[in-house]
Ligand binder design. Structure first.
Ligand SMILES: [Zn+2]
Length: 315
């Protein structure tokens, strides 16, 4: 099972259809990848969407860029674009593939393993070793909205530099999660940007736009495309420390502040009420910061994460 059947030698755009596995029904699960080659040497960049099949903003970022021809005139190097890595998760509208397996906890994977493991193996063997940079597009899961942000591995200065060129509103350094794509790409020394923007199963036009602009900025910086870049119009926050503000009650939840806003300790951020109307309690900020993610759930339980806040003094 191979993703690309030839070397990148001449100027071209090719689309490869591969079967990654099959379901108990015998239904084949495909994997579709685009390879754009400039015809000249240069860096190899991999853009991956839909590793989690229900995280559709990243799929849409790449779909729009493909349709708009953003990669058609590469000036050097090679681009590998996989708009939807996890077909099964997309069909099933789930983060996971069969058996509750998460592709992003299945790296480096196994070609004879579960579907999640096979998908991970294909990326480990055929994308990571060829790449000089990987951009992996995600969203928040389970009703959690992420304000557009790039996460890179703590201490990885190359990835940090690319994150700054991408210039999303929020940049975070993060430890590596075992079994994630980053756990493998780090081992190969391949800089990797994880773009987290919006919420699973929902469109976010802002997240899609920031994602497209960031990718263009990075490719432009690597001299792989010529394009008139729009200047960055937002402030770029770099947080090394973030905190979660959690629900102190359970009930029906409404937020009054959300991602992309500054908060000050003591400020009301929302309220939680009981269905009977007897209980009502404000959610109050307990520290200052900038909201980088929030919970859109209508019903919350005590202890649920409501707001993800970047600590400003750490910038
Ligand atoms: Zn994800």
């Amino acid at each position: 099972m191979i993703l690309f059947d030839e070397e990148f030698v001449e100027r071209k755009h090719k689309v490869f259809h591969t079967e990654i596995g099959d379901l108990p029904s015998g239904t084949k699960i495909p994997l579709i990848s685009h390879v754009f080659h400039s015809g000249t040497d240069g860096p190899v960049v991999a853009l991956i969407g839909g590793l989690h099949g229900d995280e559709i903003n990243g799929v849409e970022v790449l779909r729009q860029m493909l349709v708009e021809g953003s990669f058609n005139d590469l000036t050097r190097g090679t681009l590998i674009v996989i708009p939807l890595l996890n077909f099964y998760g997309f069909i099933n509208f789930s983060r996971e593939v069969m058996n509750g397996k998460d592709v992003n906890r299945s790296f480096p994977g196994n070609s004879k393993g579960s579907l999640a493991s096979k998908v991970a193996r294909m990326v480990t063997t055929q994308v990571v070793p060829k790449s000089d940079l990987i951009i992996d597009l995600h969203t928040g899961g389970a009703s959690r909205y992420n304000f557009p942000q790039i996460r890179y591995t703590k201490g990885d200065t190359k990835s940090r530099a690319f994150a700054e060129i991408f210039a999303p509103p929020v940049i975070l350094d993060r430890n590596v999660i075992a079994g994630s794509l980053r756990s493998v790409s780090d081992r190969y020394g391949v800089p990797t940007l994880v773009y987290e923007a919006g919420e699973s199963k929902r469109w976010c036009g802002y997240s899609i736009r920031i994602g497209k602009e960031g990718i263009l900025r990075v490719l432009h910086h690597m001299q792989m495309i010529h394009t008139d870049m729009r200047p960055v119009r937002h402030r770029v926050h770099h947080f090394t420390k973030t905190k979660w503000l959690r629900a102190e009650d359970s009930g029906l939840y409404t937020w009054t502040k959300s991602s992309g806003q500054y908060v000050v300790a003591g400020e009301p951020l929302g309220f939680i009420g009981s269905p009977s109307g007897e209980e009502y309690r404000r959610v109050i900020a307990t520290f200052d910061g900038f909201i980088i993610g929030h919970n859109n759930a209508a019903v919350v339980n005590t202890g649920d994460a409501l707001f993800h806040v970047g600590m400003l003094e750490q910038e």
